[in-house]
Design a protein around this ligand. Structure first.
Ligand code: SF4
Length: 363
C-alpha cells in the first residue's frame, strides 16, 4: 500500500480561522519518526507515539509515559492526538447506535455501531456529505461539504464508546470512499500495518458506487473486501438511481472486477436495494444474474428505509424472498441483509440532516 507521501493536511489549515492544533492521528509511522527527528528527538520516539495512539488508544500526550517529558510537552504545545467525543447519539432497540462526530471545521459525520451475536461492526464515513447524489440517499441530498482526512476517518473508531468491542469495519457511511481515495488508503494502512492497529484486512469492507480509478487503486494496494453499490442491472435504470453511472457504467465496473482473483479470502459483494416497481422484477433478477456471470461474488439484498420527499418505496417480504430465490436458483449467491436500527432511521445521512436542519433553525 502506498498512501500519499504528504502528511495529512493539518486540521488548522482546513478552512477554519480558529487556531485549532493539528491532529497527529492519521500520521504514518514514517511521518511520526520524521516529526520526532525534526523536533530534536529520536526516531524510535515516533514508533512509541504510533504505539500509544494506534494500539493503546491514548487521547493525550501526557499519558504517553515512556516518551521524554519534554517531548510530551513540546507535542502538547503544537498538536492534539485528534480523538473526539461524539456530539450526539441515537440508540435503537436492537442495540445499534448512531453517532454524530464533529470535524475540526464544525461539520458532522455519522458513524454507526452495530452489535451482533459474535461480532461488532463499525460503519464509518469517508466524506462530509457526498457528490454522488444517489436518488435514494439523504447524504446525497446534502451535497458535498468536506473531505475527511485519514485521521478523521480513524477518529470515528478511536472515539467510539464501544471501541474495545469492535471486530469489523465497513466504509459504508456518508460519502463515496473512492472520491477521497488517498485519505481512505492512509486510514487502511494505519488500520492494517503491524506498527498501527494490526488488523487483518479481512475485517474491513470498503464500499463504492464504482469510481474506477479509485477502485483500481484500492484493489491493487489493499487486500480489504469490496462492496459495490449496484442497485440496478441495466444502464438506464441505474442511471435514474445513481448519476455516477453516466461516467462509470456498471458493465465497465464489473468487467474491471473480473480482472481480479476473488477465489481466495478477499470477498466481493454487490449491494442491491430493492425498490418497488423499479428493480424488483424477474427480468431484473435475470439481468443481474447475467451481469455478474463468471464473477465469484455474493449479492446483498437490502430493505429500503423510506426517505422524505421521495417516491421510491421498498418492497414487502414476499417480493424480497422471490427476488432472492430467482438469483440463487440461477446460480448467483444472494442473501437478505438483516435490517438494523430501523427505529432510529439508520438510513445514511438522516441524523446528520436533522442536525443541520436544527442548526439552520438556530436550535
Ligand atoms: S448512497 Fe453513498 S455514494 Fe450515494 S449519495 Fe449516498 S453516500 Fe453518496
Amino acid at each position: 500500500m502506498t498512501p500519499s507521501e504528504t502528511p495529512q493536511m493539518p486540521l488548522s489549515v482546513r478552512g477554519t480561522a480558529s487556531p485549532v492544533k493539528p491532529a497527529l492521528l492519521g500520521y504514518t509511522l514514517a511521518e511520526l519518526q520524521q516529526l520526532c527527528e525534526e523536533m530534536g528527538y529520536k526516531r524510535f520516539n515516533g514508533a512509541q507515539l504510533a504505539k500509544w495512539m494506534y494500539q493503546k488508544g491514548a487521547r493525550d500526550f501526557a499519558s504517553m509515559t515512556d516518551l521524554p517529558k519534554s517531548l510530551r510537552e513540546a507535542l502538547d504545545e503544537r498538536f492534539v492526538v485528534g480523538v473526539r467525543e461524539p456530539a450526539e447519539s441515537q440508540r435503537s432497540v436492537d442495540g445499534t447506535v448512531k453517532y454524530l462526530f464533529p470535524t475540526a471545521t464544525g461539520h458532522f459525520v455519522e458513524t454507526v455501531y452495530i452489535p451482533e451475536t459474535t461480532r461488532a461492526t463499525i460503519c464509518v464515513s469517508s466524506q462530509v456529505g457526498c457528490k454522488m447524489k444517489c436518488a435514494f440517499c439523504m447524504t446525497g441530498r446534502q451535497g458535498f461539504l468536506e473531505q475527511l482526512t485519514g485521521g478523521d476517518i480513524l477518529a470515528q473508531l478511536m472515539g467510539l464508546p464501544e471501541r474495545e468491542e469492535i471486530t469489523n469495519m465497513v466504509l459504508m457511511g456518508q460519502g463515496e470512499p473512492m472520491d477521497n481515495i488517498e485519505p481512505v488508503m492512509r486510514a487502511l494502512e494505519i488500520l492494517t500495518a503491524p506498527w498501527g492497529m494490526a488488523w487483518s484486512p479481512r475485517r474491513i469492507t470498503v464500499s463504492s458506487v464504482g469510481l474506477l480509478p479509485g477502485l483500481k487503486q484500492l484493489l491493487d494496494e489493499s487486500r480489504c473486501h469490496v462492496a459495490i453499490s449496484l442497485h440496478h442491472p441495466q444502464h438506464q435504470g441505474r442511471l435514474a438511481l445513481m448519476p455516477s453511472e453516466r461516467a462509470y457504467e456498471i458493465r465497465a465496473v464489473v468487467d474491471m472486477l473480473k480482472d481480479y482473483d476473488w477465489s481466495g479470502q478477499r470477498r466481493l459483494s454487490f449491494e442491491y436495494i430493492l425498490f418497488d416497481g423499479i428493480n424488483d422484477s424477474d427480468t431484473d433478477a435475470k439481468a443481474l444474474v447475467a451481469l455478474l456471470k463468471g464473477l465469484e461474488c455474493r449479492v446483498n439484498l437490502i430493505r429500503f428505509h423510506a426517505i422524505p420527499d421521495s417516491e421510491l418505496r421498498g418492497v414487502g417480504e414476499k417480493k424480497m424472498l422471490r427476488f432472492r430465490d430467482m438469483l440463487t436458483s440461477h446460480g448467483t449467491f444472494a442473501t437478505i441483509r438483516a435490517s438494523r436500527g430501523e427505529d432510529i432511521a439508520a438510513a445514511c445521512g438522516m441524523l446528520n440532516t436533522e442536525r443541520q436542519n436544527k442548526q439552520e433553525r438556530g436550535e
